[in-house]
Write a protein that binds this ligand. Structure first.
Ligand code: BEZ
Ligand code: FE
Length: 349
């Protein structure tokens, strides 16, 4: 008479005679699975491998992880079958990913860069932050945000002298109805006129071209910065080599990063892009949205320049308001976009 199959729970309690190596691994935390629950994984073919890998993953107790892994295995196996992936190509991919990991450090994140150049960062961003008409759109964070920006008073500067052409940035943060958002934290960062972030210089001792501001009681903010320039994404590593192989350029159009965080509102990571930049329509990391493209005004008034704290004219003026959505409004948008997605899947069936 054959024994009734054990539940997962019974299996972990049932004494099982195993060798020392197996017992040691189990003692160190390796899952002690009831083998009777598992599919037979012998003699798998190109046709049966996928279903069996999914089956063995299906004991996973986290339903989200189980679902994501089912899709990952399905798509990655289909990918290999569809392109007829060769062993050489598979090995080249392994070596590429190894090199990508090896170049990562506390201040260099080559995997995010890979995700960026594949358009995956922009896609995840869009999927996770659907916005109602009129709300400020989000865009890619990039790898150059740091936690150590100094607090800057209203009208203060984020850039030390000599870092680029002067720019004054001002505007208002509001909710969707146009009410000012008081006490909103704004993180802002940019490159200097040579297209380098402070973290790209050896021996960085303190933050530069980055700062943290707080909106006033009516939602207003203002600060001094430098006129953004176009610059190459880091391209001296595996991702740069990959882009060269694909015959793709490595440039981002001139932009100014801004991140907003206010109680009760969905945090917003975004950037402004400067009209006229030649890379606006071919950003290496797919971050440009036309609602985020702005005009700069060149101001030659010497008195105004000095009153704002610049040494002399000219300076560029960037005026920009922002519309944040509340956490509740964000939830509504996410539900709407999920419903729209399910409707398209149903429509396709
Ligand atoms: C950036 O804008 O800082 C950036 C974004 C993606 C990749 C590299 C840089
Ligand atoms: Fe940037």
């Amino acid at each position: 008479m054959s024994a009734a199959p054990l539940t997962n729970d019974q299996a972990s309690r049932a004494p099982r005679k195993v060798g020392k190596a197996v017992q040691d691994a189990i003692d160190r935390g390796a899952p002690n699975i009831d083998l009777a629950l598992l599919p037979n994984l012998t003699d798998l073919s190109a046709e049966t491998l996928t279903a069996n890998v999914i089956a063995i993953n299906s004991l996973c107790e986290n339903p989200r992880l189980k679902f994501v892994m089912e899709k990952l295995v399905t798509h990655i196996h289909d990918f290999a079958r569809e392109v007829g992936l060769t062993t050489e190509e598979w090995m080249a991919a392994i070596q590429f990913l190894t090199a990508t990991g090896q170049i990562c450090s506390d201040i260099r994140q080559e995997f995010i860069l890979l995700s960026d150049m594949l358009g995956l960062s922009a896609l995840v961003d869009t999927l996770n932050h659907p916005k109602p008409e009129g709300a400020t759109e989000a865009t890619v964070l990039g790898p150059f945000f740091t936690e150590d920006a100094h607090d800057i008073p209203a009208g203060g500067t984020i850039a030390s002298e000599g870092k680029g052409e002067y720019m004054f940035v001002e505007g208002r943060v509001t909710d969707m109805q146009g009410n000012g958002v008081a006490g909103c934290k704004i993180e802002t960062w940019e490159t200097d006129e040579d297209g380098l972030y402070d973290t790209q210089y050896e021996g960085r001792s303190q933050p530069d071209c980055r700062g943290r501001l707080t909106t006033d009681k009516d939602g207003y903010y203002s600060y001094r910065a430098v006129k953004p320039v176009a610059y190459p994404i880091p391209n001296d590593g595996p991702v740069g080599q990959f882009l060269r192989k694909l015959n793709r350029h490595v440039f981002r159009p001139a932009h100014l990063h801004m991140q907003f965080d206010a109680a009760g509102f969905e945090p917003l990571t975004t950037a402004l892009y400067i009209r006229g930049d030649e890379y606006l329509t071919s950003d290496a990391v797919f971050g440009v949205k036309s609602s985020l493209v702005v005009d700069l005004k060149e101001i030659w008034d010497e008195d105004k320049a000095k009153a704002l704290g610049f040494k002399s004219a000219p300076y560029y003026l960037l005026e920009r308001d922002w519309k944040l959505i509340t956490i509740e409004e964000a939830e509504v948008e996410k539900k709407k976009s999920l419903a729209a997605y399910y409707a398209t899947i149903q429509g396709n069936n």
